[in-house]
Ligand binder design. Structure first.
Ligand code: BTN
Length: 251
C-alpha cells in the first residue's frame, strides 16, 4: 500500500495501488474514460505484465523493486503544439528528486533521466486531444530504485549508484511533491522558466555527439530544443537541423 499525499494539491491525493497489472498507463486511461480519476490521481503497481516504453518497446522492471506508476492529468491549458512542456515539467521534477540523492543527473532528450551515462528513469506520456488543446494526459513513469541487475548495460538504478536500499513508500511522497512543483509552475504559465531549466539540464548539451537519421550516421552539437520540443542539432560540416523523436537515434 502507498499513502496518499494529502499535502499536495493534485498529484497523489488519490492513489490506486494494484499489486500486479498489465500497464499502469492503460489502467489510468480506463479510470479517466470512466470518469473515475480526478486530476493528479495515481495508479501504481509492484509489477506490470505488459509495461510499455517509448517507440513501442516493452518496459521491464523486476517485481517490487522500482517505482512504476502513472499520473492522470487534465492539462487543458496547453495547446497541442505545447505538449512537450509536460515532458519538460515531469523530467525536471524527477531530476530534482534524483539530485537530492546523487550527482550528475541530466535529461536525455526527450525525457529519459540519466545519472552519468546510464538511464535511471523513463517516461511515457499519452495524450488525448480536444480541438487545439490537450484534454487528458497520462504520464507513465518507470523509475529504477532498488533493482541492481539489468539486461540493458545502459540502465542503472538509484540503489546501484548510491549502494543503498530504499523504502519505495517513503520515496514516493518526495517524488510526487517535486512533480507537483513543476506541474503547478506550468499551470501558472511559467513556460519560459521550465524550458530554460530543461535546456540547462540536457544530457550532452553543447557537446559533439554521434547520431543516426534517415540519411545515416553523423556527428553534431546539441544546441537545444525548438518551441515544440524538437531536438536542434548543428550538424558537423553541415547545417542546423530540427528532429522529431522518431526521426533521430542517439548512438
Ligand atoms: C521509456 O521507454 O523510456 C518509457 C518507459 C515508461 C515506463 C512506465 S512504467 C509505468 C507506465 N506504464 C507503462 O506501461 N509504461 C510507463
Amino acid at each position: 500500500m502507498y499513502n496518499s499525499c494529502f499535502d499536495n494539491i493534485f498529484i497523489g491525493k488519490y492513489i490506486t495501488y494494484l499489486p500486479t497489472c498489465h500497464s499502469t498507463n492503460d489502467i489510468a486511461s480506463e479510470l479517466v474514460q470512466k470518469g473515475l480519476a480526478e486530476e493528479g490521481h495515481i495508479v501504481i503497481t509492484d509489477f506490470q505484465t505488459a509495461g510499455r516504453g517509448q517507440r513501442g518497446a516493452a518496459w521491464e522492471s523486476t517485481r517490487g523493486l522500482n517505482l512504476t506508476f502513472s499520473v492522470c492529468l487534465q492539462p487543458d491549458f496547453l495547446l497541442v503544439d505545447e505538449q512537450f512542456y509536460l515532458s519538460m515539467a515531469f523530467s525536471l521534477g524527477i531530476k530534482d528528486f534524483l539530485s537530492s540523492y546523487t550527482e550528475d543527473v541530466s535529461i536525455k532528450w526527450p525525457n529519459d533521466l540519466y545519472v552519468g551515462n546510464k538511464k535511471c528513469c523513463g517516461i511515457l506520456i499519452e495524450n488525448a486531444i480536444a480541438g487545439l488543446a490537450l484534454k487528458k494526459s497520462i504520464v507513465g513513469i518507470g523509475l529504477n530504485i532498488n533493482q541492481q541487475t539489468f539486461e540493458n548495460p545502459k540502465a542503472t538504478s538509484l540503489a546501484e549508484i548510491t549502494q543503498t536500499t530504499y523504502d519505495l513508500k517513503e520515496l514516493l511522497p518526495a517524488l510526487l511533491t517535486q512533480l507537483e512543483k513543476y506541474y503547478v509552475q506550468l499551470k501558472n504559465g511559467k513556460k519560459d522558466q521550465i524550458r530554460h531549466g530543461y535546456i540547462q539540464a540536457m544530457y550532452g548539451f553543447g557537446q559533439e555527439r554521434k547520431f543516426r537519421d534517415a540519411s545515416g550516421e553523423f556527428t553534431g552539437i546539441i544546441e537545444g530544443i525548438s518551441n515544440s520540443g524538437m531536438l536542434i542539432i548543428n550538424k558537423t560540416n553541415s547545417h542546423r537541423t530540427e528532429y522529431a523523436m522518431k526521426e533521430i537515434q542517439w548512438l
